[in-house]
Design a binder for this molecule. Structure first.
Ligand code: AMP
Length: 249
């Protein structure tokens, strides 16, 4: 079995995001970038499937700038076998990402594609679903458990108010949720070994995919500042504040 894992370079989740003064977007200058946390979970799952003997090869793919090689190398250090970077300095929306991944999938013919459920920069939660539609494959989204047997994958999905178990025939698309696993840290020897693993850099223009944006960002603003809390003396005072100040009762 061959598994493909798309990994996105995003602002590190610990960074306090700053909005540009002209409100056109988020300031990326000198900001720490990392692999999208959900993609770390996806890589971890692929590596576990390889370690258990279910999978033989893992390919990590990223669409992004030259520096996205760092995130591919991290996937390689965690246990992926080789990487592909589709290089672009433009922002690429989920539909275009899905179309580019479709091309790579047609070439590589993986049995399973494991994506993050969402990228923490755009919070789109669209790429996996669009990719499944483009390929005509089944999908298990928001998964917190996965089992592979024969030619099908059984995935437990985290849905509102509970869990849903679905069986999806291979080849399939999975998008992973937070509780699926805890990704490993790459050890220093594995980081060193990852430097020697193959990483193919391709130019986005060679794919013949329309990557023109379909969305226009009108404005990006910071969330309103939280106001300081107050202590109340009695339950009656609390109820009064909830009714007359917060307006929630
Ligand atoms: P999104 O639909 O943007 O929330 O992203 C969902 C998932 O799609 C991510 O967790 C990644 O697995 C994958 N993905 C999105 N954009 C990219 C990209 N530029 N390069 C590689 N994978 C991506």
């Amino acid at each position: 079995m061959k598994i493909l894992v798309p990994v996105k370079r995003v602002i590190d989740y610990n960074v306090k995001v700053r909005v540009k003064s002209d409100q056109s977007g988020v300031d990326l200058a000198n900001v720490k970038m990392s692999m999208n946390p959900f993609d770390e979970i996806a890589v971890e799952q692929a590596v576990r499937l390889k370690e258990s003997g279910t999978a033989q090869e893992i390919i990590a793919v990223s669409i992004g700038p030259e520096k996205a090689q760092d995130q591919i190398r991290q996937a390689l250090a965690m246990g992926a076998d080789r990487g592909v970077l589709i290089k672009t300095d433009q922002e690429v929306e989920p539909l275009a990402v899905a179309k580019l991944l479709q091309k790579i999938i047609e070439e590589e013919k993986p049995d399973l594609v494991i994506l993050g459920k969402q990228a923490i920069d755009d919070d789109c939660n669209q790429t996996g679903q669009m990719l499944a539609a483009l390929l005509g494959w089944g999908q298990g989204t928001f998964i917190s458990k996965v089992e592979l047997a024969g030619d099908k994958v059984t995935a437990t999905r985290e849905i509102d108010g509970g869990l849903q178990v679905v069986a999806v025939p291979l080849p399939a698309i999975l998008t992973v949720d937070l509780r699926l696993n805890e990704p490993r840290y790459a050890s220093l020897p594995n980081i060193m070994k990852a430097k020697k693993k193959p990483l193919d850099v391709k130019d986005i223009a060679d794919f013949g995919v329309d990557v023109a944006p379909r969305l226009e960002v009108l404005k990006v603003t910071e969330p309103p500042k939280r106001e300081a809390g107050v202590k109340v003396e009695t339950v009656a005072e609390l109820v009064d504040k909830l009714k007359n100040e917060a307006g929630v009762l």
